[in-house]
Design a protein around this ligand. Structure first.
Ligand code: DX5
Ligand code: ZN
Length: 223
């Protein structure tokens, strides 16, 4: 199993001081910056684009930026985010006309490709592309908003994906996104996740270091 990575979602950060918020969460022990891109088309919400990613790089953020595209179509955004300094880029397979082409575009842009599954998206989309994936992101809420509750059936789906990854023999991260908290992160890890997006659980607390430490303490107990 790979080392666990904690990826705070900036969706719940204070956008009036985003650079400082990202600096603080990284100084508090976060590993990766999770960057949610919503287009009011694929999902019913509108957030931030490549300019903001570029601004974080210009501000001095050197940590990996994990861009989660909730947009349709996806290919043009892949190019723009790669140019803006993204490290990982993932998209939802049903939002792309040509999944293999979009994954290849991410690879050719020098970024790490991922596929994202909504709670009800079937896993068959993985069938012919496992060899191209750096990560698989399972949504444990329906995409579009922070602060929703973890859907319990996601644990079973995580186990299924974990088994597929292990059977494939490929070195693929399994990321979970939505409703991750201190009190469920251990069960989520035990179901097979090794990368944890948490927005409201971290940014809604006054002390980022404390909550990240609590998450790591829970992860240390994983069997
Ligand atoms: C939802 C986003 C998530 C969201 C998670 O569409 O993909 O990354 O910010 O927020 P929490 O951790 O608050 O559920
Ligand atoms: Zn996300």
């Amino acid at each position: 199993m790979k080392p666990y990575l904690i990826a705070p979602s900036i969706l719940s950060a204070n956008f009036t001081k985003l650079g400082e918020e990202v600096d603080n969460v990284l100084a508090a022990g976060a590993d990766v910056v999770h960057f949610d891109v919503m287009d009011n088309h694929y999902v019913p919400n509108l957030t931030i684009g490549p300019l903001v990613c570029k601004a974080l790089r210009k501000h001095g953020v050197t940590a990996d930026i994990d861009v989660h595209l909730m947009v349709q179509p996806v290919d043009d955004m892949i190019k723009q985010f790669a140019d803006a300094g993204a490290s990982y880029i993932s998209f939802h397979p049903e939002a792309s006309q040509h999944v293999d082409r979009s994954l290849q575009l991410i690879i050719d842009s020098g970024c790490k490709p991922g596929l994202v599954f909504n709670p009800a998206t079937p896993l068959q989309h993985l069938d012919h592309v496992m060899h191209k994936l750096h990560h698989i992101l399972l949504m444990s809420v329906n995409p579009g908003f922070g602060g929703q509750s973890f859907i319990p059936q996601s644990l079973e789906k995580l186990k299924q994906i974990r088994a597929l990854i292990d059977q494939s023999g490929f070195d693929i991260r399994l990321e979970i996104d939505g409703g991750v908290k201190v009190d469920n992160i251990r069960a989520i890890a035990e179901a097979g996740a090794d990368m944890f997006v948490a927005g409201s659980a971290i940014y809604d607390q006054a002390d980022y270091h404390e909550v990240i430490q609590q998450m790591r303490s829970e992860l240390a107990l994983v069997k």
